[in-house]
Design a protein around this ligand. Structure first.
Ligand code: NDP
Length: 290
């Protein structure tokens, strides 16, 4: 039976470490690290994320600057806000909550963020820095996955890693991080031929697909480490209720894997913890303390 990787506990201890780092930063810099979060419109899921980010930012001892704008905000007004935050010395990290309402150019807004404040790691500058091994910010979800993997396995060098999914926010940066750790990396996607056979060769499987329980237990090599990024809401056994499942058939994979992240309580809690981690890092770099 696989070890369950407790992302919730790991994220809590990472947030504590960040809070300690924040206290050291405050003592040296004479100010708090600041994270600015921009939320445009009324998307209910985004509202919950932004609320949680605010709570945890404050709990870590950082300054949280929330900018809530109406759904009919113009592109120009949004870009002007990003410029203002880029120039604000109290702001170390900027996050624009996605998705933006229709009519706004998400890419243009993200690219306007100063790469040195891009704590979400979504700008092409950040992606390029990651791909070329330069210091920059790595997208929070793949960064969290890597932390869990290193905690579980130590040195990842030489391992066969399969990342299922090639999105810019999860799959691609995940593959880059694993490559940096000297894994032999395969990126699988919707056109991959015989995915089960590809996955069977993997010591490390990262599933970031968005398809409930797609990865089956008999695809998993015995002893492999499985990181399930998927968050899918599906009908529960009880009528009218729903539950969250990952992209991996947990019950099936748990019997074969060496270690596996559950959903919920695996990768999910790591994302905000890594956002705080990146924000502290941004603050330290800006003050020359990194
Ligand atoms: P995307 O929809 O952007 O990407 C999904 C990827 O899966 C694509 O590359 C797609 O391939 C691939 N794919 C789709 N179907 C198949 C298939 N049948 N076989 C193999 N590959 C397939 O999703 P994201 O990367 O944004 O997110 C993935 C999952 O992770 C989602 O469940 C999301 O909710 C979750 N997530 C969780 C986060 C967290 O824990 N905090 C944060 C971000 C995401 P192709 O490119 O060929 O279309």
């Amino acid at each position: 039976m696989a070890t369950r990787i407790d992302g919730k506990a790991f994220a809590a201890s990472l947030r504590e470490k960040v809070a300690e780092g924040v206290a050291t930063f405050v003592a040296k810099a004479g100010r708090k690290p600041g994270l600015a979060v921009v939320l445009v419109g009324e998307d209910p899921a985004s509202q919950v994320y932004v609320r949680n980010k605010h709570k945890m930012t404050v709990a870590a001892g950082m300054e949280s600057f929330e900018h809530r704008l109406p759904a009919d905000t113009s592109q120009e007004a949004l870009l002007a806000l990003v410029d203002q935050l880029n120039a604000d010395p109290a702001v170390d990290g900027i996050l624009v909550q996605l998705p933006l309402p229709k009519g706004l150019d998400e890419n243009a807004v993200i690219q306007a963020i100063d790469p040195d404040k891009d704590v979400d790691g979504f700008t092409t500058a950040s992606a390029g820095r990651l791909a070329t091994g330069l210091p920059g910010f790595v997208a929070c979800t793949p960064l969290g996955c890597l932390m869990l993997l290193k905690d579980q396995l130590g040195d990842l060098s030489g391992k066969n890693a399969v990342v299922i999914g090639r999105s810019n926010i999860v799959g691609k940066p995940m593959a880059q991080l694993l490559l940096q750790e000297s894994c032999t990396v395969t990126i699988a996607h919707s056109r991959t031929v015989d995915l089960p056979a590809v996955v069977r060769g993997a010591d490390i499987v990262v599933a970031a697909v968005g398809r409930p329980e797609m990865v089956k237990g008999d695809w998993i090599k015995p002893g492999a480490t499985v990181i399930d990024v998927g968050i899918n809401r599906v009908p529960a056994a009880e009528e009218g209720k729903t539950k969250l499942v990952g992209d991996v058939d947990f019950a099936g994979a748990e019997a074969t894997a060496g270690a596996i992240t559950p959903v919920p309580g695996g990768v999910g809690p790591m994302t905000i913890a890594c956002l705080l981690y990146n924000t502290l890092e941004a603050a330290n770099r800006r003050e020359g303390l990194a």
